[in-house]
Design a protein around this ligand. Structure first.
Ligand code: HEC
Length: 228
């Protein structure tokens, strides 16, 4: 017994296994609670109080959203309502969404819900990825709202003949096959005007989520997609 190495001692391995399993269980439980807190949706009050949430409340659709480089974090982050002195969300600058920048929490929530149901019913994930989940036939939609091509001087907005980003996207979603923008065309999915509005709200909200810089190099990727 005296010369037995600890590495061949059964009790040593039993104890180690017990400790490792116990530690991993505690860690997983802690991570579960931490993640739930991180991904829980913020509220209108948070936005008004300038509280940054990883997933902002539905009324974020009333605000201007930009995607700016955060030098400290080394990737782009959504900046909501203009930026403050530190380059972070100032929650000040509003932006009209279908003519209004005073969508209430209930109205905005209902619109997002409609969009989410629409995205499931029409199975956008069959071709696109949302937050990285889905198929790779068409571009990731996580930050589609922030694609400059939908902006005032963008090729996609120009193509639809509309004057705002949200109207241009809604028009595209209702008649995608009229607007071949790429080698691959998005087929008509029978999306109604109301559904399109909901879907655009859903996409705008999704673009405001802090995804730790995912998808990587978004600006460059989108430039390549649309050959700008
Ligand atoms: C059958 C496959 C398919 C389905 C289903 C589909 N799409 Fe697309 N979508 C495409 C393709 C292909 C493109 C074209 C890519 C391009 O031209 O840049 C596209 C382009 C887009 C674009 C423009 C891309 C950009 O850079 O902004 C948006 C927005 C979009 N789809 C939203 C949706 C939404 C929302 C749904 C679900 C309601 C959906 N798509 C369902 C295939 C699909």
């Amino acid at each position: 017994m005296a010369n037995k190495s600890v590495w061949s001692d059964n009790r040593f391995w039993q104890r180690t296994a017990t400790w490792v399993t116990g530690f991993a269980a505690v860690l997983l439980i802690w991570l579960t609670f931490d993640t739930s807190a991180q991904i829980s949706m913020g509220t209108d009050e948070d936005l008004k109080q300038g509280v940054t949430k990883r997933v902002p409340g539905p009324t974020v659709i009333n605000y201007k959203i930009e995607y700016l480089m955060d030098a400290k974090r080394g990737h782009e982050v959504p900046v909501i309502g203009g930026k403050n002195a530190e380059g972070r969300s100032a929650f000040q600058e509003k932006e009209k969404f279908f003519g209004r920048d005073d969508w209430t929490e209930e109205e905005a929530g209902a619109l997002l819900h409609l969009g989410k149901l629409g995205s499931q019913a029409k199975n956008c994930m069959n071709c696109h990825t949302l937050l990285g989940n889905g198929a790779y036939y068409a571009p990731d939609l996580t930050k589609a709202w922030l694609d400059p091509a939908w902006g005032p001087e963008g090729s996609l907005q120009a193509m639809t003949g509309k004057n705002t980003k949200e109207e241009a996207m809604a028009e595209f979603l209702q008649h995608p096959s009229q607007y071949p923008t790429h080698e691959r065309m998005m087929p008509n999915l029978g999306i109604t005007a109301d559904e399109a509005k909901g879907l655009v709200a859903f996409l705008k909200h999704m673009s405001s989520i802090d995804t730790n810089g995912f998808p990587r190099n978004f600006g460059k990727i989108q430039g390549a997609v649309h050959g700008k």
